[in-house]
Design a protein around this ligand. Structure first.
Ligand code: B12
Length: 212
């Protein structure tokens, strides 16, 4: 039985070698446990956030944690994608981290999963203003927009983005939101069509929209 609690510990203790070894073990055993391993890494990340809040970790530690998380996704990606039923769809969509938010680890994970599942993803990066998103949607005839945000204030930027899309007459564009402060209640407040925490659910939702 794989020790997922230990994986959470190695992530939150920033023990790179031990952590990557455990992930490779998951893949060597066929990758069936990849979603659980991903979840464990996220739990480790949450713990790192708390330790940062308590003054135990510093910004440099957060950046390092982000690099570890990216490496983790690189290792697990293949199994996560096949687990989420990769298909033939090649729909163009936009992803970005919303205005005033510079966090992009979660966004990059979601983007990697969408690309691996056959989407053509235009990544506008971080701290992206609503006007820029509207402009890109119009210029590329985009029907799906994915907004990421990790700071609490990202919710306000998401609200502003959905309002800007509506004001531009782009009511038929589907919007999915995600990130730490996003839940069903926030999704309703934002006026988005869907929300997700897991990249797997994000892929499922976007595929269902692309199929229409
Ligand atoms: C790493 C990190 C950083 C790194 C970011 C590096 C990078 N390139 O992204 C650095 C050091 C730069 C950083 C900076 C700051 N950070 Co910071 N950071 C974190 C930390 C530890 C992890 C975030 C993360 O990457 N998590 C891992 C990813 C994989 O999780 P995720 O983003 O939630 O994404 C998953 C899902 O949400 C979902 N998802 C994500 N995006 C999307 C999009 C869609 C469409 C969908 C469907 C799903 C989805 O899928 C992902 C995979 O499962 C968090 C603590 C935490 N526990 O979250 C603090 C945290 C977010 N940071 C915080 C703060 C305060 C800051 C700073 C203000 C610190 C400072 N004083 O300078 C700055 C912010 C600057 C800014 N304007 O953005 C606070 C936010 C508080 C708040 N409630 O607003 C947190 C919560 C830490 C804390 N507890 O205090 N940070």
């Amino acid at each position: 039985m794989f020790d997922f609690d230990k994986l959470v510990d190695t992530m939150s203790d920033l023990e790179e070698d031990a952590m990557l070894e455990m992930l490779r073990e998951v893949m060597a055993e066929g990758g069936a446990d990849a979603p659980k391993a991903m979840e464990a890494c996220q739990k480790g990340m949450d713990r790192i956030g708390k330790l940062f809040e308590e003054g135990e970790y510093f910004v440099g530690d957060l950046i390092y944690a982000g690099e570890l998380m990216t490496e983790a996704v690189d290792i697990l990606k293949e199994a996560l994608v096949s687990g989420s039923d990769s298909g033939e769809v090649k729909t163009k969509m936009v992803i970005c981290t919303v205005k005033d938010d510079l966090h992009d680890i979660g966004k990059n994970i979601v983007k990697a999963m969408l690309e691996a599942s056959g989407f053509d993803v235009i990544d506008l990066g971080i701290d992206v203003a609503p006007e820029k998103i509207v402009e890109t949607v119009k210029a590329n005839d985009i029907k799906i927009v994915a907004l990421s945000g990790v700071l609490t204030l990202a919710i306000d930027s998401m609200i502003a983005t959905v309002e800007a899309l509506k004001a531009a007459g782009l009511d038929d564009v589907k919007v999915i939101v995600g990130g730490n402060p996003v839940n069903a209640e926030a999704c309703a407040r934002i006026g988005a069509d869907e929300w997700a925490y897991s990249p797997q659910k994000t892929v499922q939702v976007c595929k269902s929209w692309a199929a229409v």
